[in-house]
Design a protein around this ligand. Structure first.
Ligand code: GDP
Length: 193
């Protein structure tokens, strides 16, 4: 995929602000610090369009990135950040539920999981949540470069097993550092856009 154009259109706090051109959307979900911003930047070949290492859990917005004037990446707020208050967590839950339940233009979700560790309880809940809304899921196992070559297959197997990854869902190991996995990820996502 050649990305010629990418811009952040809005950081939305309510659905009235969501774009309304009807372009297909791919949502991106993951635990804070999993490498979501780095994934977006690498996929669209921009150094800093998505902010990396911004304070986790602080921004409860849906960030819409318009790409090639034809589809959106929708960055949903990270989860699993312990210091977030109960009120914030509830607000997050409502926003997520509303988006995933009602958004007709949502075609698929990328769920990012840190490949160095087994999925967390929150990762598993998130995968189940997405399946509950019937969203096709592409699991991106991040930070591939941090896992020794000889250990990679085993880590992937554990992630698949613990998520109980369904047959139709794919997993692609990815490194924002080296760009490994980028072409496979675009190849897979192309069917939705
Ligand atoms: P976010 O909170 O999910 O948006 O995570 P970030 O993209 O900000 O990444 C969190 C940290 O992990 C940063 O220090 C990144 O540089 C680092 N990181 C993200 N992806 C990779 C990767 O593929 N390899 C390595 N080595 N570090 C990564």
């Amino acid at each position: 995929m050649k990305v010629n154009q990418a811009e952040i259109v809005i950081s939305a706090v309510s659905k009235q602000q969501y774009p309304n051109e009807g372009f297909p959307e791919i949502a991106l979900a993951g635990r804070s610090n999993v490498g979501k911003s780095s994934f977006i930047n690498r996929m669209i070949q921009r150094k800093n369009l998505a902010r990396t290492s911004s304070k986790p859990g602080k921004t409860q917005t849906l960030n819409f990135y318009k790409i090639n004037e034809s589809f959106y990446f929708v960055d949903v707020p990270g989860y699993g950040y312990a210091k977030v208050s109960k009120t914030e967590r509830e607000k997050w839950g409502r926003m997520m539920e509303e988006y995933f339940q009602e958004r007709d233009t949502l075609k698929a979700t990328v769920l990012l999981i840190d490949m160095r560790h087994p999925p967390t309880e929150d990762d598993i809940i998130m995968y189940d949540f997405l399946k509950h809304f019937d969203s096709p899921v592409l699991v991106i196992a991040t930070k591939l470069d941090k896992v020794k070559k000889g250990k990679r297959d085993q880590h992937i197997k554990i992630i698949k097993e613990e998520l109980e990854l369904e047959e139709e869902d794919h997993l692609i190991p990815f490194s924002a550092e080296t760009g490994e996995g980028k072409d496979q990820a675009w190849k897979h996502l192309r069917q939705y856009i």
